[in-house]
Design a protein around this ligand. Structure first.
Ligand SMILES: C[S@@+](CC[C@H](N)C(=O)[O-])C[C@H]1O[C@@H](n2cnc3c(N)ncnc32)[C@H](O)[C@@H]1O
Ligand code: SF4
Length: 327
């Protein structure tokens, strides 16, 4: 399919989506996904990685937008910004234990609201974390912030933008399509002028019942010549927690996250996956315990055991996530 799409200028939209997806991964990230997949798919053994392969740190859960499809809409947690000292403590603790392969610096909020973000990225990179990345709505990506991000050592910057202005305006309430476009073009230009290889600058668009192939194609046509990678994702219901805006995701059979991922919220609370926006599955707090203690702790292991046994009715969030039609 990839070959025919390469040779056929009339190739279909799904071929094109496949192509941008396929060639967008950087080699080391392919390795990460392979390991992640293997660990998560060992159905009979269900072994836990001996360290979190993917650590997500919520540098803030404040946001400057009110996107209608965002799981943040159901978040009832207190809002705040992660302290630089807490961030450093976690990185020191983790890199001493074993490095997470992938460090993601967004969760329920807009990372650029935390003005210490560039310093945090630099710290994690200096401590040897292989891949540091985050997603942003890019409204705060002005000249000064772009300069700092480009100098931080970041590996991947993904800008969330919808495929056309109309769709963007409908979903991304409070955003300005033209402003986001200018900010992305500007940081790409600045990166080019500086002769930098990193970060890989990407654009991510969502498919929903409001998008058709023409819209997605318009988005690809706009962004493919400018950025390093165009990613197209189906809108989700965050495991059945929010309204279905037209998800085309297939139902999950098994959870991989609980064996490979850890999410650290701005106040140090730890949960097990990126669907848990209200920390219903809190397994500890990094102010009180080390990453190693939490990762191998009783609460995490109990959740893994329940998954092994298939006793999901004892974990309503996981039950809804794995049984929702649209994950
Ligand atoms: C929750 S946001 C946080 C980071 C940043 N504020 C942003 O918008 O990129 C992370 C990613 O989730 C995506 N997202 C939001 N709602 C979604 C949904 N219902 N289904 C799938 N992805 C969603 C956004 O497009 C963004 O790429
Ligand atoms: S900008 Fe990101 S975090 Fe904020 S509401 Fe939109 S998707 Fe959610």
């Amino acid at each position: 399919m990839a070959e025919s799409s390469k040779n056929n200028s009339e190739s279909s939209i799904s071929d094109k989506i496949y192509k941008v997806r396929k060639w967008g991964l950087i080699p080391s990230l392919k390795w990460y996904y392979y390991v992640h997949y293997k660990i998560g798919s060992l159905q009979k053994i269900r072994k836990t990685a001996n360290f979190p392969l993917n650590m997500m740190m919520e540098v803030t859960n404040h946001c400057n937008l009110k996107c209608i499809m965002c799981p943040r809409e159901i978040m009832t947690r207190k809002e705040g910004v992660m302290d630089l000292e807490l961030f450093k403590k976690v990185i020191d603790d983790t890199t001493k234990f074993k490095k997470p392969y992938l460090l993601t610096l967004h969760f329920s909020g807009e990372p650029l609201i935390n003005k210490k973000l560039p310093e945090m990225i630099r710290y994690a990179k200096d401590k040897g974390v292989p891949i540091v990345k985050f997603n942003s709505n890019a409204m705060l990506l002005d000249e000064k912030m772009s300069e700092q991000i480009l100098g931080s050592g970041l590996d991947i910057l993904t800008i969330a933008i919808e495929s056309t202005k109309d769709i963007h305006d409908k979903f991304r309430v409070g955003s300005d399509f033209e402003q986001v476009t200018r900010n992305v073009q500007n940081i790409v230009e600045m990166k080019k002028k500086k002769g930098l290889k990193k970060p890989s600058i990407r654009v991510q668009m969502l498919t929903s019942k409001d998008t058709d192939e023409k819209d997605i194609q318009a988005g690809i046509d706009l962004w493919e010549p400018i950025v390093d990678y165009v990613k197209i994702e189906s809108i989700s219901t965050a495991g059945g927690q929010i309204e279905d805006f037209g998800s085309t995701r297939s139902q999950k059979k098994l959870c991989k996250e609980i064996w490979t991922n850890m999410v650290i919220l701005w106040n140090g609370d730890v949960t097990v996956c990126c669907v848990d926006h209200n920390a219903a599955l809190k397994v500890g707090n990094v102010n009180e315990s080390s990453i190693e203690e939490i990762w191998n702790g009783e609460k995490y292991q109990r959740l893994r055991d329940l998954h092994r046994k298939g006793d999901l009715d004892k974990i309503p969030l996981c039950d809804s996530c794995l049984n929702a039609n649209h994950g």
